[in-house]
Write a protein that binds this ligand. Structure first.
Ligand code: ZN
Length: 157
């Protein structure tokens, strides 16, 4: 069974998660991409009670973006050369054009996610890193008291 997110072979039990309403079987590393489905066939006899009230329920799932790692083109080139493949060989293996491989390796273009995925699977390397989108925390507004309010007259030119 392969993880439906990263494509890696799942050695143990796949984790069922819900991502935007879709049920996916993923590996333990990808479980945090979605909401874990609560299994109804929970083994009884386990005395440990896991309370899931540590975090407040988010109305929206966490937002993650995938970003290409720095020097991804170098990684691709290195992995290809390790295997003594030409750019053409690599292109054939992932069913892309040789010119695309050349451009990727020269960092002339940012490859499509599908291409990245194919390369990741082929080389068994990670070319992307998950970045959690950081939302700016609302700044505390200092509410001025009446005495602090200074009216600045705008100079009109
Ligand atoms: Zn995975």
């Amino acid at each position: 069974m392969e993880c439906e997110i990263c494509g890696k072979e799942i050695r143990y039990r796949p984790v069922k998660i819900i991502v935007e309403g879709t049920e996916l079987n993923v590996c333990s590393e990808c479980r945090e991409y979605g909401v874990e489905e609560v299994s109804t066939s929970v083994q009884h006899g386990i005395t440990r009670v896991v309370k899931k009230d540590r975090k407040p329920q988010h109305s929206k799932p966490m937002v993650f973006t995938e970003e290409l790692v720095e020097g991804f083109n170098e990684i691709i080139r290195r992995e290809r050369q390790k295997r003594s493949w030409s750019q053409e060989d690599l292109a054939k293996k992932i069913q892309e054009k040789e010119s695309l491989i050349r451009k990727i390796e020269n960092a002339e273009i940012t490859p499509e996610p599908e291409v990245i995925e194919k390369l990741e699977r082929l080389f068994e390397v990670k070319l992307r890193e998950r970045v959690q989108e950081v939302k700016p925390s609302p700044q505390k507004k200092l509410v001025p008291t009446l005495g602090d309010v200074v009216v600045i007259k705008k100079k009109k030119k």
